[in-house]
Design a protein around this ligand. Structure first.
Ligand code: SME
Length: 155
């Protein structure tokens, strides 16, 4: 799986894909994840909306998803509220899980910060129960760190 990190770096350091635009970075990152990580039915970002004080759906690949999630709600809001990855083998056993796509059975949600401020989560859904291993979590947390670093102001 570290191949995934190398491929991400190679692709996104290519001048063709080099950009500071957060929407471009997140859109291409979600497409990259959806293509490279097997057995996903949804991959994308929820971003903290300072004004609404909720997570708002950002760039993603997959079915239409709920637009706003309160901090502490569902798997995404829990990951954001606790600033801790949620690796859920069976979402039906997670009290408060928000079902956006009925095909989803497992979920991995990884919070990220920009310049030290909690900024959002990466949300990955899979139709396969117990889809995400601890090793998957480690690599995908590293990938999330690479993506978040690209969003950080450089000056
Ligand atoms: N299942 C998530 C909601 C987002 S969708 O999966 C895209 C949750 O419980 O927070």
């Amino acid at each position: 799986m570290t191949l995934l990190l190398e491929q991400y770096q190679a692709l996104f350091n290519d001048t063709e894909y080099a950009t500071n635009d957060p929407i471009s970075i997140l859109a291409n990152s979600s497409a990259f994840i959806m293509e490279m990580v097997p057995d996903l039915n949804w991959a994308g970002f929820y971003l903290w909306d300072q004004q609404r004080q909720q997570l708002a759906v950002g760039p993603f690949q997959g079915k239409v998803a709920c637009s706003l999630i309160a901090s502490g709600s569902g798997v995404c809001g829990t990951a954001f509220d606790q600033q801790a990855t949620q690796r859920i083998g069976d979402v039906h056993a997670f009290a408060g899980h928000i079902a956006c796509d009925s095909a989803t059975n497992a979920e991995l949600v990884i919070p990220f910060a920009i310049a030290g401020q909690p900024a959002g989560v990466l949300d990955l859904d899979s139709p396969r129960l117990q889809r995400f291993s601890a090793a998957d979590q480690a690599v995908l947390e590293e990938l999330t760190g690479l993506i978040a670093a690209k969003l950080a102001p450089t000056s």
